[in-house]
Design a protein around this ligand. Structure first.
Ligand SMILES: [Zn+2]
Length: 158
């Protein structure tokens, strides 16, 4: 998995926590914040934005990605996601596919518990050595995925 400096991790997690403050989630009451680290060092924040039609809802992860891509930034080094839940919550299926479109298979994805960095537990638990943060990647979250490169494959003549 690609590495991420501790300082970058901290900055990204802080940005995800800040992003969560702007969550618009009157229906689910499930606030989510996300922060994307672009390859040029820029951090782009996102929050879940719900809608009375429900189907118009967009998740924090996709908010951050769409904000970035629509401003011309398509190269990313890491993503952090935080909720108000005390455990690391993973991106939904839709977000996984959108992350797959723009992020490398091994790009670090940090799933951050709401009580970061206070999360503690048994010292032998690796997750708890990092404030309860679970580090994963889209390759792990969405194995055998479909991506843009598959559209370039030659078609069998019919
Ligand atoms: Zn989602």
């Amino acid at each position: 998995m690609a590495s991420l400096a501790d300082k970058q991790k901290e900055q990204l997690i802080k940005a995800a926590l800040e992003g969560k403050e702007f969550s618009y989630s009157p229906y689910s009451k499930f606030r989510v914040g996300a922060a994307l680290l672009a390859s040029d060092g820029t951090i782009i924040k996102g929050a879940n934005i719900e809608n009375a039609s429900y189907g118009g809802t967009i998740c924090a992860e996709r908010t951050a990605i769409v904000k970035s891509v629509s401003e011309g930034q398509r190269s990313f080094a890491a993503l952090a996601v935080v909720t108000d839940v005390k455990s690391a919550i993973s991106p939904c299926g839709l977000c996984r596919q959108v992350i797959r479109e723009f992020c490398a298979q091994d790009m670090p994805i940090l799933l951050v518990p709401a009580d970061y960095p206070q999360a503690s537990g048994k010292p032998e638990d690796a997750m708890n050595r990092s404030g309860g943060v679970k580090q994963t990647s889209i390759g792990e979250l969405l194995p055998d995925s479909f991506g843009p490169e598959h559209l370039d494959l030659p078609r069998v003549p019919t």
